[in-house]
Design a protein around this ligand. Structure first.
Ligand code: MTE
Length: 299
């Protein structure tokens, strides 16, 4: 591969682990935020297992329910080992790949990325993972492939949220092939040096740092190379609000809120908002992918 990833963020940029895990309490309401602030430095001390339980209770993982506490409550039931990833479609070596075999074949790296949620907060998180390109190359991408489709596990017996038709199950996502092959795009298997908790998408979750968080499909069981743009869950649910690309773009507002600025998580409840950067600060690396495209129409 021509260009490998270069880290431009350092230890000093990293959002405090406790703040990352507490972010939804921090932004979820003044009361919760103030309680956290009252804790002061206590919130940033080394985590005990019970704190870890406490602070991973606010997540978006609708297969476990739409309440922020549901994923933490129910995701423990998700069997993440053994785990099999099916890679199919326009590849030379389609098949069911065991997670451990993938882990043996891939080069695991730590990636420190800014990550933005569509709800206008941002953080810098150290992920452990491998380049999606390496996985796709392992399967051998055929010349006719132009898109990659992703699918989350569909397990009604383990995922109580699947009973509710809030999204068209299974959860699906997609990338254009050049986006998928970009060295910034990773499959994450760890966070802050630990395995990803189930509620955050164990054992394998997509991270595309120049796109909004909902593109980060969790607990991926299938990757399909295709020659047409695949459907994506949030676009199907709200086509006016969520486009296929979902690139971080301060110039294109969500119909219900501005996306021009963000609150850095970890700076406290009253941290000054900062302007959101085009492509989440990765314009130099990825703007070329969209040259000549109308990003207002392709949001
Ligand atoms: N993946 C699946 N399978 N199901 C989901 O509901 N939610 C998405 C994304 N991936 C979601 C998902 C949304 S809306 C966001 S903001 C991020 O996961 C949240 O990831 P986090 O809880 O690790 O921050």
């Amino acid at each position: 591969m021509a260009n490998r990833w270069i880290n431009q963020l350092t230890e000093r940029d990293v959002t405090e682990e406790a703040a990352y895990l507490n972010r939804r309490q921090i932004i979820g309401g003044a009361a919760a935020g103030l309680a956290l602030m009252a804790q002061g430095a206590g919130a940033q001390e080394a985590l005990t297992p019970s704190e870890w339980e406490d602070i991973t209770q606010y997540n978006n993982y609708y297969e476990f329910g739409t309440d922020k506490g549901d994923p933490a409550r129910y995701a423990g039931a998700l069997t993440t080992a053994p785990w099999t990833l099916r890679i199919d479609g326009l590849v030379d070596r389609p098949g069911d790949y065991a997670f451990e075999d993938i882990m043996k074949a891939m080069t695991i790296e730590e990636r420190i990325y800014r990550l933005r949620c569509v709800e206008a907060w941002s953080m810098v998180v150290p992920w452990n993972g491998f380049e999606l390109a390496d996985l796709l190359n392992m399967a051998g991408v055929q010349s006719g492939a132009t898109y990659v489709a992703f699918e989350t596990a569909y397990r009604p017996e383990e995922m109580p949220g699947l009973r509710f038709p809030v999204l068209d199950w299974p959860y699906v996502e997609g990338l254009r092939l050049d986006e998928a092959m970009h060295p910034l795009t990773i499959m994450a298997t760890g966070i802050y040096g630990r395995d990803i908790p189930n509620q955050n998408g164990a054992p394998l979750r997509l991270v595309v740092p120049w796109k909004y968080g909902f593109k980060s499909i969790k607990s991926v069981v299938r990757v399909t190379l295709t020659d047409s743009q695949p459907p994506t869950s949030w676009n199907k649910a709200g086509p006016r609000e969520y486009g296929f690309y979902s690139n971080v773009n301060p110039e294109v507002s969500h119909p219900r809120w501005s996306q021009a600025d963000e609150r850095p998580i970890g700076g406290g409840l009253f941290a000054r908002r900062q302007p959101t950067l085009m492509f989440n600060g990765y314009a130099e690396e990825v703007a070329g992918l969209y040259e000549g495209m109308d990003l207002t129409a392709n949001f």
